[in-house]
Ligand binder design. Structure first.
Ligand SMILES: [Zn+2]
Length: 387
């Protein structure tokens, strides 16, 4: 995920802060310092501004660790099932663990999903127990800590409950999908869970748009800030649900399809010593905009695309050869066997931010074609037409 900075590593997992999280941090500090009970110190009269903000900053750090532990909990269970965790990113609405090779079995998926809210409930419980502990001691000096412990307990409980909403992509939505997937296909289960998620998002949006009667009664303002927050969450949930459905549909439709079913085996390559002028004529004639570049012995050396030619000046087009335009090329990640799954090709392209891979014959390793993102997109569209 872009627009985020790495702040450290825990059990080998890079921890990143998204820019939106950095914006929300001061807001949380102010909330802890100024808001009324149960979450803030605003009602305590004989507490100086200085201490108010020191306590609030401490509570914010504890809140940050609470969200982090929620994500670590998902990751820990997933790692136990053999998933690879690339990073954990904290952003404005919470956290996101970026994983690969997530097990598809429903029995494992719901356990990974439930681990986060379970951790938040446990943390909430621990904060609330500490709150009652300090209350039992009942010394005035502890009072601000006591209020914040209650606030943290309360927020963790809200975090756990909110995440358990059966609305995709919340954790509860994943649990719902896993339970549905026991009785139907993964794709159908995703569609049902996404549908429930969208209904929740729409209801949330409508509630957010209506003036809160209590707030209106108290202040006379028509729109309470909390409602705006709800509208934001509703929009976020709706987009995320749509995105998840799209991704799952793509991956599910390509299931069982091999690279050789989708690859292009004509107009696939050009020699590395071909002049650019000749190449642009070839592109026009063959209506093909990306080629693998091969050496004299036929082995792939890289790719050349129309975009790269477009960026050249007229003089450069006369002087350059294809070999001058070959970009980065990795013999492992940019080459794929014809027998591999088409989904694997898509994953590699997404990861390397490339639009094309070279395809080799399984037995000989000889270059036999290319597979492009456009090929995959067309193929998926044609499959959709058949369903
Ligand atoms: Zn979660």
């Amino acid at each position: 995920m872009r627009a985020s900075i790495q702040v450290g590593k825990i059990i080998g997992i890079p921890i990143r802060l998204h820019i939106s999280f950095l914006f929300i941090l001061p807001v949380i500090v102010v909330m802890f310092a100024e808001a009324s009970e149960p979450v803030g110190l605003g009602d305590i009269e004989n507490l100086s501004q200085y201490y108010r903000y020191i306590f609030a900053a401490l509570a914010t750090i504890l809140f940050f660790f609470s969200v982090l532990l929620h994500e670590m909990s998902h990751s820990y269970v997933a790692m136990g099932y053999g998933a690879k965790i690339h990073s954990i990113t904290l952003f404005i609405f919470g956290g996101l663990a970026m994983m690969d090779d997530i097990p598809k079995e429903p029995g494992k998926e719901w356990r990974i999903a439930i681990a986060g809210p379970a951790m938040s409930f446990a943390l909430g419980g621990a904060f609330l127990i500490s709150y009652f502990g300090l209350k039992y001691v009942n010394l005035p000096i502890y009072y601000p800590a006591q209020v914040l412990l209650f606030g943290l307990g309360y927020l963790n409980m809200v975090l756990a409950t909110f995440n358990l909403l059966p609305a995709f992509p919340m954790d509860g939505g994943r649990v719902l999908r896993a339970l549905l997937a026991k009785r139907m296909s993964f794709l159908q289960a995703t569609k049902k869970a996404v549908f429930v998620g969208k209904i929740f998002a729409i209801i949330m949006g409508i509630v957010g748009l209506m003036p809160d009667p209590f707030h209106y009664y108290a202040t006379g303002d028509v729109i309470a800030p909390f409602n705006l927050f709800l509208i934001f969450i509703a929009i976020f949930l709706y987009t995320a649900a749509t995105e998840e459905e799209r991704a799952t549909t793509t991956f599910a439709m390509l299931e069982g399809i091999k690279v050789k079913n989708v690859m292009r085996s004509e107009h696939t390559c050009v020699l590395d010593d071909m002049p650019i002028m000749e190449l642009s004529d070839k592109m026009l004639a063959e209506k093909t905009y990306e080629y693998a570049v091969v050496g004299a012995s036929g082995e792939p050396k890289g790719f050349v695309t129309f975009g790269e030619i477009k960026a050249l000046s007229n003089e450069q087009r006369y002087i350059f050869k294809v070999s001058d335009l070959i970009g980065s090329f990795d013999r492992v990640s940019d080459v794929i066997s014809e027998e591999e799954e088409a989904v694997e090709a898509l994953k590699r392209m997404l990861k390397a931010k490339k639009n094309v891979l070279a395809v080799v014959e399984a037995a000989s390793g000889n270059f036999i074609g290319v597979i492009t993102r456009a090929n995959l997109a067309t193929y998926i569209e044609m499959l959709k037409g058949r369903v």
